[in-house]
Ligand binder design. Structure first.
Ligand SMILES: [Zn+2]
Length: 1006
């Protein structure tokens, strides 16, 4: 009630303010309606009614042209686009687009694929009848511009094509499901583009093909509409937050443009490239009122063409200028978004020679009109926001639609006016991609044929194919020259002796069959960006990276990728690879089959696929029939050769038949029963784990912390509990306590008549609020003590520590350390642990300010280990290394302190051990599997600042507890489909769940 009267006052005050006039250059068309075309009076009246102040509209959208034949969005929505209380399902949006298609030859709708849950995705083309009639010829012209090799990089030929071609501007809506405005804005935009006869809109229609995917995250949209309907039916209640968007991930669906793991990313890229579009413009809603965040701030992505940066500035600046002149407040560009990571959906265009664009408009997370109060950081005037948003105002979904449509129409118009320039740039960016080897380099990336992790190599190459990168395979062996590294001046240090440096090789040989990713191809840019290394300086003026600072795929997949600058690699005989397949199968004769272990995730798939076949793991390396096998090698007996041959061929694994079983200690490798736990706080990070397990076809029971707490006997049902990271605002307290139930109402996540799509293929609960609870904590504790294995990472590891499951392990954080989505070096500490099977001594891993683990041998011992400088001698006579003497008596020997590394638990001293029940017996102490590298070796790619705080600390720990184990990860081993190198740390834990003590040092197990 209170704010209604306030609102009235506000409207009264502001409706009298004048709006701006338009200034035009010579020959420019005025953004104004055609006075000869009648308007839809009723629709127009509602637009004005739902717009909360006139300056939240523009001359482009404050009316709707009438049509006798083409239906307006009202026929489907029952009201106008952006009306309060109206949020259409994707199906309704499609229904309208198809009505348009039927009613006018200026609209064409195509299906572009389905989602993980089987819902359709569409693209809607709007243009003149003639343009849509000639789509195919136009597409062929654009394809030549997209691949300048087809016209032999002939600029004159390109100019001809540019003059004849109609460009394609691709708009994508509501990838982020709680950002709800785009679908109705895009329905109305399609209508305007098809119907409006004003010169301004006609020019767009005649000059551009506007391509629209009104709903990108279709699964999430339908859930969001359900929630909104629930809210309308229970207006006084709190409504459930959107815990699931797509089947797997939420907000991170806009971080998949590198890994290409989600259907929506694949469908959008295939559409974008299939139409040879020039622009990909993705619509979001989180910043008031229209933030063209395309231009952003530094550091800019280092692999995109500077031509693109210029295009961003041109379109963005004009966009802001036009809307400012319309009198619309709060339209700006630049801002604090950095343009480093290529993981955003829009970046598919930036990495494929197009123009990426992104709007943040202002949304209410639904179609309610609300009074919105902004923070000073949002309404403050800055150099890039001279006309900021209002500190407080009523905001409606119609306002949002006005801003989105006005921004898009002015962009389309400007794009059309300059389309020859943009089409020529499109060609030039493609041409410069092809010229990469002779311009900035490199000439190619090579992935050697003899990489021991063939299946992982294939997975990496599959990502490249999804990115439409061309891959070739050398038909003979070849040699390349390696770049000569510039010698750095040796640091002057008094006590460092000159050591002869190892001479680095100057050439490298690759066997026949090696994969070559040539850089003289149109999409070399994306391959270069994904395979190269990143360096984000700790001195960079940008102190808050917007997202990950590194993604080097060779490191994250753990396969060899060589950046080759020697251009003779391009003349090596090679053929294009159409389909990727790693060759597998059984070789040799014998009835015992050995599969060497290189930490390939496919091994886990094989274990589950052959679930009735006994498989053992060798606990030590061995040799047989002239083959060398590593620790963890699978030894398979009692399986028919042809069955194993088929299974290994399907997975690309190589089995060797041995004449007899090798003499080596073994233990069984099993396919455990897995309980997979999620919270009702966030499913974002665990979703990437689920996706990885599903792709590997590893079965699990998916359950919430609430459901886990209700299982009577966890050990009877499960061998391993996987509890992936929660992230978001989760801490141990939130995971246990959940959201308070002492007030408010239940937050159901259930399918009901109002919410038929909510549950999908995920999970449900009558009330999302309760957490794990103390019952659940007790269940976890007894599960582990009774022999179960609990695997946790980052914040769930901190939970395990805080509920007393990891004796002797402490976890801390560092205020000054910055490892922001970086790739760090880790080192194998205990290669005999089954968790480490298949790994080499150095392992690259993804880390995002992981918790800093320390291990102790005394419970409650929290002595901060500060490194060797703490072991210096006390004050006294002599030099640093001299013994001290007390006057009048002989010197005493100082007892040596046992030297321990930073990642190890210090041995308790005699004094500490005396009558101390808190000393942890060796067999109960944490086993360090992997530790962070030394400070100087920590940075592999990205940003590492003050890494000393985590250097050398444990990265993966196996903590015995009762007869079970808790496995703690400080790194996140499973992330965004990018970290296949570390998947097997998790998978090894699963397969060896009942033999984790294998290889543990004798002294420890007594
Ligand atoms: Zn968003």
């Amino acid at each position: 009630m209170g704010h209604k009267s306030w609102l009235g006052l506000l409207l009264l005050l502001f409706t009298t303010l004048p709006t701006g006039g338009i200034a035009l250059a010579d020959g420019e068309t005025s953004p104004a309606r055609d006075p000869k075309q009648p308007i839809d009076e009723a629709y127009t009246a509602k637009i004005r009614k739902y717009t909360t102040a006139p300056y939240f509209s523009s001359p482009l959208v404050d009316y709707l042209p009438a049509s006798k034949t083409v239906p307006t969005p009202e026929v489907v929505l029952g009201d106008v686009a952006g009306a309060p209380g109206i949020l259409p399902y994707a199906e309704d949006v499609y229904k309208y687009m198809r009505l348009l298609e039927k009613a006018t030859p200026r609209v064409k709708v195509v299906s572009i694929g389905t989602t993980e849950e089987g819902r359709e995705m569409i693209a809607v083309a709007v243009s003149s009848e003639a343009n849509l009639k000639n789509l195919e010829q136009n597409r062929q012209r654009l394809a030549k511009l997209a691949d300048p090799r087809s016209i032999h990089l002939d600029d004159a030929e390109a100019d001809k094509l540019v003059a004849e071609s109609v460009p394609v501007y691709y708009i994508t809506g509501t990838i982020h499901s709680p950002e709800t405005g785009a679908p109705t804005a895009l329905m109305e935009l399609a209508y305007r583009l098809a119907v409006d006869e004003s010169p301004y809109v006609r020019e767009i229609r005649d000059g551009v093909i506007t391509l629209i995917t009104p709903v990108v995250e279709v699964d999430g949209r339908d859930r969001m509409v359900d929630i909104y309907k629930w809210h309308l039916a229970h207006p006084k209640d709190f409504y459930p937050p959107l815990i699931y968007w797509g089947k797997y991930v939420a907000h991170d669906n806009n971080r998949d443009a590198m890994g290409m793991t989600l259907k929506l990313t694949q469908n959008v890229l295939n559409t974008y490239l299939g139409w040879n579009a020039q622009v990909l413009h993705d619509l979001h809603e989180s910043v008031p009122y229209l933030y063209d965040n395309t231009v952003g701030d530094g550091p800019y992505n280092a692999w995109m063409d500077p031509i693109l940066v210029d295009e961003w500035q041109m379109i963005g600046a004009r966009n802001v200028a036009d809307m400012t002149k319309f009198g619309m407040p709060g339209v700006f560009t630049h801002g604090d978004f950095d343009t480093w990571s290529p993981g955003y959906l829009m970046f598919l265009a930036a990495m494929h020679n197009g123009i990426s664009r992104l709007y943040e408009t202002f949304g209410n997370g639904g179609a309610d009109t609300r009074v919105r109060t902004l923070e000073p950081g949002e309404y403050g005037r800055t150099w890039f926001r001279p006309n900021p948003p209002l500190p407080k105002t009523a905001w409606s979904q119609r306002n949002n639609n006005n801003y989105e449509e006005t921004g898009l129409l002015t962009s389309l118009h400007y794009f059309n006016e300059n389309k020859r320039l943009f089409l020529k740039n499109f060609y030039l960016k493609g041409k410069r991609s092809i010229q990469k080897p002779t311009a900035e380099g490199p000439a190619a990336y090579v992935l050697p044929a003899d990489d021991p992790r063939a299946t992982v190599q294939t997975d990496l190459l599959r990502v490249m194919l999804k990115q439409h990168v061309e891959i070739s395979r050398a038909t003979s062996s070849f040699q390349v020259n390696l770049p000569v590294k510039k010698e750095k001046k040796a640091a002057r240090s008094a006590d460092s002796e000159e050591k002869p440096k190892p001479v680095s090789p100057t050439t490298r040989d690759f066997p026949a069959g090696s994969y070559v990713i040539r850089m003289d191809q149109p999409y070399s840019r994306v391959a270069d960006a994904l395979l190269d290394y990143q360096f984000w300086s700790p001195e960079d003026p940008q102190t808050t990276p917007y997202d990950d600072t590194a993604w080097t795929f060779g490191e994250l997949f753990g396969v060899q990728v060589t950046r080759v600058t020697d251009s003779k690699v391009l003349s090596v005989p090679m053929e294009r690879v159409a389909e990727l397949r790693s060759l597998g199968g059984v070789q040799g004769e014998g009835s015992v089959f050995a599969i060497d272990n290189h930490a390939e995730p496919a091994l886990a798939t094989l274990r589950y696929r052959l679930k009735d076949t006994p498989i053992d793991a060798a606990e030590e390396p061995f040799e047989s029939n002239g083959h060398k096998f590593s620790r963890g090698t699978f030894l398979i007996r009692g399986v028919g050769r042809s069955d194993l041959d088929a299974a290994t061929k399907a997975l690309g694994l190589n089995a060797v038949a041995l004449a007899s079983a090798p003499v080596v200690k073994t233990h069984p490798v099993r396919a455990p029963r897995i309980a997979y736990v999620h919270t009702w706080i966030s499913t974002q990070s665990e979703g990437w784990w689920r996706l990885a397990l599903d792709n590997l076809q590893i079965p699990y029971d998916y359950m919430s912390t609430q459901a886990l707490a209700k299982i009577f006997d966890l050990n009877a049902k499960y061998d391993v509990i996987l509890f992936p990271p929660v992230t978001g605002n989760a801490n141990s307290n939130a995971i246990v306590q959940g959201t308070p139930t002492a007030w408010g109402n239940a937050l159901p996540w259930l399918n009901t008549p109002e919410t038929p799509n909510l549950v999908g293929k995920n999970d449900s609960t009558p009330d999302m609020r309760p957490g794990l609870g103390w019952d659940g904590v007790a269940k976890l504790q007894s599960f582990v003590r009774n022999g179960g294995v609990l695997l946790t990472a980052t914040d769930t590891s901190q939970l395990a520590i805080s509920i007393g499951l990891a004796n002797g392990v402490t976890s801390s954080t560092s205020e000054k350390m910055k490892i922001v989505g970086s790739i760090v070096g880790t080192r194998l500490v205990d290669a005999a642990s089954p968790i480490a099977y298949g790994y080499d001594e150095k392992v690259s891993a993804y880390c995002d300010n992981g918790p800093i683990f320390s291990v102790a041998s005394i419970l409650g011992s929290r002595r901060r280990r500060l490194g060797p400088e703490m072991n210096t001698r006390p004050t006294g006579r002599g030099t640093k290394d001299d013994p001290d003497f007390v006057i009048g008596r002989p010197a005493f020997d100082i007892p040596d302190e046992p030297e321990k590394e930073l990642w190890e638990a210090p041995q308790p001293t005699d004094e500490q051990s005396f009558n101390n029940p808190r000393v942890i017996p060796p067999a109960n102490r944490a086993r360090v599997i992997l530790r962070y590298a030394d400070s100087k070796d920590l940075l592999i790619s990205g940003l590492v600042e003050n890494g000393n705080d985590i250097a050398q600390h444990p990265a993966v720990l196996d903590v015995p507890n009762g007869s079970g184990h808790v496995i703690l990860f400080s790194i996140n081993p499973v992330y965004r489909g990018e970290t296949e190198n570390t998947y097997s740390l998790v998978l090894n834990t699963l397969l060896n769940f009942d033999s984790l003590n294998a290889g543990r040092k004798q002294a420890d197990t007594k």
